[in-house]
Design a binder for this molecule. Structure first.
Ligand code: DC
Length: 233
């Protein structure tokens, strides 16, 4: 069966990653979390005191960064930065507070987009982020654009953080989400935009299962369409 590229974009914390991960598992596709890549870069910049206004420092740092994904014993994908497992560290609030600034740099985006295209070379991938359907894979067969009410998003994020032992005030999370959405959608280089051919999905009142089900159905429809086209060509 023909494998497709599935691009899931949208605002911060509206369930893109959990949905994309589960969709990939159902379709037996590879899942790539591009937000994790920008978070890993942010962690490196933080640890090495890289100045965002110093192009040479940024360039040098990017040349020293190697991001990979590996599955753990529970078959969950974890992010590695230069061989070290940084999955938990990159989800912390201090990274969330810096990541939109780091990911708005043209040099950072260029480096990450090049890696994402390499990772997605073989089809059969589900990639989530902000610019997957518009910049990374404008040719993706299926594009979904997710959004949700900010209070719902903040509540879900708070619960996730709590499960990891981090207690964060709801108002701080709302502030962080709104700030990131603003920076992500107004930056000069590849801002967060809904691709013209993307299908909208409001996840405010949907369970994870419903979101996954909806996207898997769309994907299966697309795969069938592609198959028919191949046969009639
Ligand atoms: O999906 P996330 O919240 O983990 O992403 C963290 C940040 O990374 C997000 O605020 C913006 C940036 N990002 C991006 O600019 N482009 C992507 N494709 C994915 C994430």
């Amino acid at each position: 069966m023909k494998k497709i590229i599935l691009a899931i974009d949208g605002y911060s914390a509206c369930g893109k990653s959990s949905t994309a991960k589960a969709v990939a598992a159902e379709l037996n596709y590879t899942y790539i979390d591009t937000g994790a890549m920008y978070r890993a870069v942010t962690l490196y910049f933080h640890e090495h005191h890289v100045s965002l206004t110093n192009d040479k420092e940024v360039e040098k740092a990017l040349n020293n960064i190697d991001i990979t994904f590996h599955n753990n014993a529970e078959k969950e994908t974890e992010t590695f930065l230069n061989g070290l497992n940084v999955e938990d560290e990159i989800r912390k609030m201090y990274i969330s507070e810096k990541v939109s600034h780091v990911s708005s740099l043209a040099a950072v985006r260029e480096a990450m987009v090049a890696q994402q295209r390499k990772l997605g070379k073989k089809s059969g991938i589900v990639m989530d982020g902000r610019d997957i359907g518009t910049v990374v894979f404008p040719e993706a067969e299926l594009k979904v654009f997710m959004f949700a009410d900010v209070y719902v998003r903040a509540g879900r994020r708070q619960k996730e953080l709590m499960e990891k032992g981090q207690l964060v005030d709801l108002s701080d999370i709302i502030q962080n989400l709104e700030k990131r959405d603003k920076i992500d959608s107004t930056r000069e280089v590849s801002p967060l935009r809904q691709a013209k051919d993307a299908i909208e999905l409001d996840s405010s009142f949907l369970t994870l299962e419903e979101q996954v089900d909806h996207i898997v159905r769309l994907a299966l429809g697309k795969i069938l369409e592609e198959k028919k086209e191949t046969i009639s060509a």
